[in-house]
Design a protein around this ligand. Structure first.
Ligand SMILES: [Zn+2]
Length: 429
């Protein structure tokens, strides 16, 4: 199941040669952008300094704020005449970020989506309902053109009117859907209310927000699909940057198009395979808006081995944002790591709160977690045992000593929107 087998399975040496060639070209392209001309000049880096892939580490990072400062067209490397489409990323604060595409960029993007969809087994025999926003958001048109490229029968249903969406799935014999995981959950609930069976569905592509393994199980059960995780970022075309293959234990990022680094978000140091950190991407084939070392803010790690499906190294599913990272006694801690540890301990629930204090100049982390009555005898002794177990499991993963407080089930706050589980009191007097 390959869209472009030769490129998708390039041997390591050939792949690296291609990456280097494209990196050099990208380096020249960015000279058309004032921001890069000045930045590279200040850093005293010339095109001749890029001799190996590792030389990329000499180049300064590009941040989201840089793109915002370039609003609207400051990062375009081609004249506006050659830009055939514009998307923007949602700007929660201030102006959005503008992304431009040349005709060739749109072609490249559609091909990348086609690779992803083919990889999970979709073909021109499938009927595809694209239930995401078709406006400035890249998810709608991005998937639309990729699916058409494969020859799928595409239903651009966009968002809203869930009952109508369900009728279309039934009437048109839809086999594959694309939406956010939370909308998929809503769809499943409405289908249940309508007593509607969605028998034709086989495949669900879910992305644009993080979702857990238990949500996957739930969605697969309720919708009768195999669910695949899709990762995208508008500054790098949009959806389709990385995608799960049928192995579903990590995402393939297209190494011929994206040069991947994982860095320590606090220090900028480049990390090795198997180390968790912030994903930094240098797109290698973009025309309208080439970028160097773009800091995505997303936390992941690169696997050491190639995948059984024949494609190269994967990255893990995104486990958080670098803005969520805590530095405790010099060690990076992500709330998602704590969640992961707690999920594996049946004696406690998965709700937790983290408090960070500075006591006698030392960082102290206290974690409140709810006890699970089904696994608790009620004896004080048992309480001590569970507490010890949680402390040990956390220490093994975080490499950090923590204080664990067990609390009554249901006593910790529940969050409807974005959870705020960390209270950092180190700045307080
Ligand atoms: Zn694979």
């Amino acid at each position: 199941m390959f869209w472009d087998e030769k490129v998708e399975t390039l041997p390591k040496r050939e792949l690296e040669r291609l990456q280097l060639k494209r990196l050099k070209k990208t380096f020249l392209q960015v000279q058309n952008v004032e921001f890069y001309r000045e930045k590279l000049k200040a850093a005293r880096i010339r095109p001749s300094d890029i001799r190996t892939l590792d030389d990329i580490q000499k180049i300064p990072f590009t941040r989201k704020q840089d793109l915002r400062d370039g609003y609207p067209f400051g990062f375009f490397a081609v004249p506006l005449q050659q830009v055939v489409r514009i998307h923007t990323t949602s700007g929660t604060t201030g102006k959005p970020t503008v992304v431009g595409y040349t005709r060739k960029d749109l072609e490249t993007w559609a091909n990348l989506i086609a690779r992803n969809m083919t990889m999970v087994g979709l073909s021109d025999c499938d009927v595809f309902q694209n239930m995401v926003n078709y406006g400035m958001f890249t998810g709608g048109l991005g998937f639309h053109y990729g699916a058409e490229k494969i020859g799928m029968t595409v239903i651009p249903s966009a968002t809203g009117n869930t009952r109508r969406q369900i009728e279309m799935i039934q009437d048109f014999g839809v086999t594959a859907i694309h939406c956010t995981p939370s909308y998929a959950m809503h769809l499943a609930e409405v289908a249940e209310e309508m007593d509607a069976r969605l028998e034709s569905l086989t495949t669900g592509l879910f992305g644009a927000e993080p979702w857990s393994g238990s949500m996957r199980t739930e969605l697969e059960k309720k919708l009768g699909v195999t669910a695949f995780d899709s990762y995208g970022i508008s500054e790098l075309f949009g959806p389709g940057v990385a995608f799960e293959c049928p192995e579903r234990n990590g995402l393939h990022i297209w190494h011929d198009c994206y040069l991947v680094e994982i860095i320590n978000p606090a220090t900028g140091e480049v990390l090795g395979d198997g180390e968790r950190g912030e994903l930094v991407v240098t797109p290698l084939v973009k025309e309208a808006m080439p970028l160097l070392r773009y800091r995505t803010g997303d936390i992941t790690m690169r696997f050491e081995d190639d995948c059984l499906c024949g494609r190269a190294k994967k990255v893990s599913r995104i486990t958080g944002r670098s803005d969520d990272m805590l530095v405790i006694r010099g060690i990076n801690v992500f709330p998602s790591q704590i969640e992961h540890v707690l999920l594996k301990i049946p004696e406690v629930g998965n709700q937790f709160m983290v408090y960070v204090d500075r006591i006698n100049h030392l960082d102290e982390m206290t974690i409140d977690v709810e006890i699970n009555r089904d696994y608790f005898s009620g004896e004080l002794q048992d309480l001590a045992r569970i507490q010890k177990k949680v402390v040990k499991e956390l220490r093994d993963t975080l490499e950090l000593r923590t204080t664990v407080k067990l609390v009554e089930p249901g006593s910790l706050p529940r969050f409807e929107g974005k959870a705020k589980r960390v209270i950092d009191r180190r700045g307080e007097i």
